[in-house]
Ligand binder design. Structure first.
Ligand code: GDP
Length: 240
Protein backbone atom coordinates (compact mmCIF):
# COMPACT_ATOMS: atom_id res chain seq x y z
CA UNK A 1 0.00 0.00 0.00
CA UNK A 2 1.17 3.48 -0.82
CA UNK A 3 1.08 5.92 2.03
CA UNK A 4 -0.65 9.12 1.00
CA UNK A 5 0.66 11.08 3.93
CA UNK A 6 0.77 14.75 3.06
CA UNK A 7 4.12 15.11 4.73
CA UNK A 8 5.71 12.37 2.64
CA UNK A 9 4.23 13.65 -0.56
CA UNK A 10 5.31 17.18 0.23
CA UNK A 11 8.87 16.14 0.95
CA UNK A 12 9.07 13.79 -1.98
CA UNK A 13 7.60 15.89 -4.74
CA UNK A 14 7.56 19.47 -4.02
CA UNK A 15 9.85 20.81 -1.42
CA UNK A 16 10.84 23.35 -4.09
CA UNK A 17 7.45 24.94 -3.69
CA UNK A 18 8.15 25.45 -0.04
CA UNK A 19 11.53 26.98 -0.73
CA UNK A 20 13.46 24.19 0.93
CA UNK A 21 15.22 22.64 -2.02
CA UNK A 22 17.61 24.10 -4.56
CA UNK A 23 17.22 21.42 -7.19
CA UNK A 24 14.02 20.98 -9.04
CA UNK A 25 12.89 17.51 -8.02
CA UNK A 26 12.07 16.60 -11.58
CA UNK A 27 15.54 17.50 -12.82
CA UNK A 28 16.78 14.01 -12.08
CA UNK A 29 13.70 12.21 -13.21
CA UNK A 30 14.11 10.05 -16.30
CA UNK A 31 10.75 9.76 -17.98
CA UNK A 32 10.23 6.43 -19.73
CA UNK A 33 8.77 6.74 -23.21
CA UNK A 34 5.56 5.00 -22.17
CA UNK A 35 4.81 7.84 -19.79
CA UNK A 36 4.84 10.55 -22.42
CA UNK A 37 1.31 11.80 -22.98
CA UNK A 38 -1.31 10.71 -20.49
CA UNK A 39 -4.33 9.34 -22.22
CA UNK A 40 -7.59 10.45 -20.61
CA UNK A 41 -9.85 7.43 -20.85
CA UNK A 42 -12.48 8.72 -18.48
CA UNK A 43 -13.27 11.71 -16.32
CA UNK A 44 -16.30 11.36 -14.13
CA UNK A 45 -17.91 13.82 -11.74
CA UNK A 46 -18.06 12.20 -8.30
CA UNK A 47 -19.38 14.55 -5.65
CA UNK A 48 -19.47 18.12 -4.35
CA UNK A 49 -18.55 18.37 -0.68
CA UNK A 50 -19.03 21.14 1.85
CA UNK A 51 -15.86 20.24 3.74
CA UNK A 52 -12.81 18.00 3.50
CA UNK A 53 -14.27 15.40 5.85
CA UNK A 54 -17.10 14.71 3.39
CA UNK A 55 -14.75 14.21 0.44
CA UNK A 56 -14.33 10.75 -1.13
CA UNK A 57 -11.98 8.29 0.58
CA UNK A 58 -8.39 9.51 0.17
CA UNK A 59 -7.31 6.41 -1.73
CA UNK A 60 -5.57 7.96 -4.75
CA UNK A 61 -3.47 11.01 -5.61
CA UNK A 62 -5.40 14.25 -5.75
CA UNK A 63 -4.71 17.42 -7.77
CA UNK A 64 -6.64 20.57 -6.94
CA UNK A 65 -7.23 23.61 -9.15
CA UNK A 66 -7.83 27.08 -7.77
CA UNK A 67 -7.63 30.71 -8.87
CA UNK A 68 -9.53 33.98 -8.99
CA UNK A 69 -13.06 33.77 -10.26
CA UNK A 70 -13.16 33.96 -14.06
CA UNK A 71 -9.49 32.99 -14.40
CA UNK A 72 -10.46 30.16 -16.77
CA UNK A 73 -10.56 27.26 -14.31
CA UNK A 74 -13.58 25.46 -15.77
CA UNK A 75 -12.21 25.84 -19.28
CA UNK A 76 -8.83 24.46 -18.20
CA UNK A 77 -10.40 21.47 -16.43
CA UNK A 78 -12.56 20.73 -19.45
CA UNK A 79 -9.55 20.97 -21.74
CA UNK A 80 -7.51 18.60 -19.55
CA UNK A 81 -10.34 16.08 -19.42
CA UNK A 82 -11.42 16.33 -23.07
CA UNK A 83 -14.94 17.18 -22.02
CA UNK A 84 -16.40 20.58 -22.73
CA UNK A 85 -19.20 20.13 -20.23
CA UNK A 86 -17.45 18.52 -17.31
CA UNK A 87 -16.71 21.49 -15.05
CA UNK A 88 -20.16 22.91 -15.72
CA UNK A 89 -21.35 20.35 -13.20
CA UNK A 90 -19.38 22.09 -10.54
CA UNK A 91 -20.32 25.64 -11.46
CA UNK A 92 -24.05 24.85 -11.30
CA UNK A 93 -25.89 27.13 -8.86
CA UNK A 94 -25.33 26.07 -5.29
CA UNK A 95 -22.19 24.13 -6.07
CA UNK A 96 -19.78 27.00 -6.58
CA UNK A 97 -18.77 27.07 -2.92
CA UNK A 98 -18.11 23.36 -2.67
CA UNK A 99 -15.16 21.03 -3.21
CA UNK A 100 -15.89 19.26 -6.49
CA UNK A 101 -14.28 15.88 -7.14
CA UNK A 102 -13.75 14.27 -10.53
CA UNK A 103 -12.34 10.78 -10.94
CA UNK A 104 -9.87 10.69 -13.83
CA UNK A 105 -9.02 7.32 -15.39
CA UNK A 106 -10.13 5.81 -12.07
CA UNK A 107 -6.56 6.60 -11.00
CA UNK A 108 -6.51 10.12 -9.59
CA UNK A 109 -8.84 12.83 -8.40
CA UNK A 110 -9.09 16.23 -9.96
CA UNK A 111 -10.63 18.75 -7.57
CA UNK A 112 -12.26 21.97 -8.69
CA UNK A 113 -11.97 24.35 -5.74
CA UNK A 114 -14.11 27.46 -5.35
CA UNK A 115 -12.19 30.51 -6.53
CA UNK A 116 -11.04 33.51 -4.58
CA UNK A 117 -11.41 37.22 -5.31
CA UNK A 118 -15.15 37.54 -5.68
CA UNK A 119 -15.88 41.25 -5.44
CA UNK A 120 -19.39 40.98 -4.04
CA UNK A 121 -19.31 38.38 -1.32
CA UNK A 122 -20.25 39.00 2.26
CA UNK A 123 -17.74 38.82 5.07
CA UNK A 124 -19.41 35.67 6.39
CA UNK A 125 -19.28 33.78 3.10
CA UNK A 126 -15.66 34.82 2.64
CA UNK A 127 -14.85 33.51 6.10
CA UNK A 128 -16.68 30.26 5.30
CA UNK A 129 -14.66 29.92 2.09
CA UNK A 130 -11.40 30.57 3.94
CA UNK A 131 -12.18 28.01 6.59
CA UNK A 132 -13.22 25.35 4.09
CA UNK A 133 -10.21 25.93 1.83
CA UNK A 134 -7.75 26.08 4.71
CA UNK A 135 -9.08 22.86 6.21
CA UNK A 136 -9.08 21.10 2.85
CA UNK A 137 -5.58 22.24 1.88
CA UNK A 138 -4.05 21.50 5.26
CA UNK A 139 -5.81 18.29 6.13
CA UNK A 140 -6.65 16.42 2.95
CA UNK A 141 -4.14 13.63 3.27
CA UNK A 142 -3.94 12.55 -0.40
CA UNK A 143 -3.59 16.09 -1.74
CA UNK A 144 -0.55 15.88 -3.98
CA UNK A 145 -0.42 19.24 -5.72
CA UNK A 146 -2.40 22.43 -6.07
CA UNK A 147 -2.42 24.11 -9.45
CA UNK A 148 -2.85 27.85 -8.92
CA UNK A 149 -4.26 29.54 -12.00
CA UNK A 150 -3.04 32.98 -12.99
CA UNK A 151 -4.51 35.06 -15.84
CA UNK A 152 -1.64 35.51 -18.34
CA UNK A 153 -3.13 38.79 -19.58
CA UNK A 154 -2.36 40.69 -16.42
CA UNK A 155 0.66 42.02 -14.60
CA UNK A 156 1.29 40.33 -11.21
CA UNK A 157 -1.70 40.74 -8.91
CA UNK A 158 -1.29 41.13 -5.18
CA UNK A 159 -4.17 38.76 -4.43
CA UNK A 160 -2.44 35.88 -6.28
CA UNK A 161 0.96 36.53 -4.71
CA UNK A 162 -0.65 36.65 -1.27
CA UNK A 163 -2.46 33.38 -1.86
CA UNK A 164 0.86 31.70 -2.68
CA UNK A 165 2.32 32.96 0.59
CA UNK A 166 -0.68 31.51 2.35
CA UNK A 167 0.03 28.15 0.70
CA UNK A 168 3.58 28.34 1.99
CA UNK A 169 2.34 28.98 5.52
CA UNK A 170 0.12 25.93 5.18
CA UNK A 171 2.96 23.91 3.59
CA UNK A 172 1.00 23.05 0.49
CA UNK A 173 2.95 22.13 -2.66
CA UNK A 174 1.83 24.02 -5.75
CA UNK A 175 2.50 24.73 -9.42
CA UNK A 176 1.40 27.73 -11.45
CA UNK A 177 -0.81 27.61 -14.53
CA UNK A 178 -0.99 30.77 -16.61
CA UNK A 179 -4.30 30.82 -18.47
CA UNK A 180 -5.81 32.50 -21.57
CA UNK A 181 -2.43 32.88 -23.26
CA UNK A 182 -4.13 33.18 -26.67
CA UNK A 183 -5.76 36.45 -25.64
CA UNK A 184 -2.49 38.41 -25.83
CA UNK A 185 0.46 38.21 -28.17
CA UNK A 186 3.26 35.90 -27.19
CA UNK A 187 5.60 38.72 -26.17
CA UNK A 188 3.09 40.17 -23.70
CA UNK A 189 2.38 36.74 -22.24
CA UNK A 190 6.10 36.07 -21.78
CA UNK A 191 6.53 39.47 -20.16
CA UNK A 192 3.64 38.85 -17.76
CA UNK A 193 4.87 35.38 -16.83
CA UNK A 194 8.37 36.73 -16.26
CA UNK A 195 7.05 39.64 -14.22
CA UNK A 196 5.04 37.27 -12.03
CA UNK A 197 8.02 35.04 -11.36
CA UNK A 198 10.17 38.12 -10.70
CA UNK A 199 7.59 39.39 -8.22
CA UNK A 200 7.71 36.02 -6.48
CA UNK A 201 11.47 36.30 -6.03
CA UNK A 202 10.92 38.97 -3.41
CA UNK A 203 9.50 36.34 -1.05
CA UNK A 204 10.67 33.03 -2.50
CA UNK A 205 14.10 31.55 -2.73
CA UNK A 206 13.06 29.00 -5.36
CA UNK A 207 10.41 29.23 -8.03
CA UNK A 208 7.74 26.62 -8.71
CA UNK A 209 7.01 24.68 -11.85
CA UNK A 210 4.84 26.72 -14.21
CA UNK A 211 2.73 26.04 -17.29
CA UNK A 212 1.40 28.42 -19.92
CA UNK A 213 -1.97 27.38 -21.31
CA UNK A 214 -4.81 28.28 -23.61
CA UNK A 215 -8.11 26.42 -23.44
CA UNK A 216 -8.98 27.83 -26.86
CA UNK A 217 -5.80 26.69 -28.59
CA UNK A 218 -5.46 23.63 -26.34
CA UNK A 219 -1.91 24.52 -25.40
CA UNK A 220 -0.20 23.40 -22.21
CA UNK A 221 -2.48 20.41 -21.84
CA UNK A 222 0.07 17.66 -22.53
CA UNK A 223 2.66 19.25 -20.25
CA UNK A 224 0.27 19.36 -17.30
CA UNK A 225 -0.99 15.83 -17.89
CA UNK A 226 2.56 14.50 -18.26
CA UNK A 227 3.51 16.21 -15.02
CA UNK A 228 0.58 14.56 -13.25
CA UNK A 229 1.43 11.20 -14.80
CA UNK A 230 5.07 11.46 -13.74
CA UNK A 231 4.07 12.42 -10.24
CA UNK A 232 1.60 9.54 -9.99
CA UNK A 233 4.31 7.18 -11.18
CA UNK A 234 6.75 8.50 -8.57
CA UNK A 235 4.16 7.97 -5.86
CA UNK A 236 3.57 4.39 -7.00
CA UNK A 237 7.28 3.70 -6.83
CA UNK A 238 7.59 5.21 -3.40
CA UNK A 239 8.53 2.61 -0.78
CA UNK A 240 5.89 1.86 1.82
P1 GDP B 1 -13.78 30.19 -14.20
O1 GDP B 1 -14.78 31.14 -13.63
O2 GDP B 1 -12.43 30.40 -13.59
O3 GDP B 1 -14.21 28.76 -14.18
O4 GDP B 1 -13.57 30.63 -15.73
P2 GDP B 1 -14.20 30.03 -17.06
O5 GDP B 1 -13.50 28.80 -17.50
O6 GDP B 1 -15.69 29.97 -16.93
O7 GDP B 1 -13.78 31.19 -18.08
C1 GDP B 1 -14.16 32.52 -17.93
C2 GDP B 1 -14.24 33.16 -19.32
O8 GDP B 1 -12.95 33.14 -19.93
C3 GDP B 1 -15.17 32.40 -20.26
O9 GDP B 1 -15.82 33.34 -21.08
C4 GDP B 1 -14.23 31.54 -21.07
O10 GDP B 1 -14.72 31.24 -22.35
C5 GDP B 1 -13.00 32.42 -21.15
N1 GDP B 1 -11.77 31.62 -21.26
C6 GDP B 1 -11.35 30.69 -20.38
N2 GDP B 1 -10.17 30.17 -20.78
C7 GDP B 1 -9.84 30.80 -21.93
C8 GDP B 1 -8.74 30.69 -22.85
O11 GDP B 1 -7.78 29.92 -22.68
N3 GDP B 1 -8.76 31.53 -23.93
C9 GDP B 1 -9.77 32.41 -24.17
N4 GDP B 1 -9.70 33.20 -25.24
N5 GDP B 1 -10.83 32.53 -23.34
C10 GDP B 1 -10.87 31.73 -22.24
Amino acid sequence: MVSWSNAVITAKISCFALGRCCVHPRAELVVPAYLCGMHIKSAVYVISSPDYEKCPAPDRPEYAFIGRSNVGKSSLINMLCNNEKLAKTSSAPGKTQLLNHFNVNYEWYLVDLPGYGFAKVSQSSRRRWEQMIENYLRKRENLTMVFVLIDARHRPQKIDLEFLLQLRTWQVPFSLVFTKSDKENQRTVSMNVKAFLEAMKKDWQFLPQHFVTSAVKKTGKDKILDFIEETNQMLKEQPE
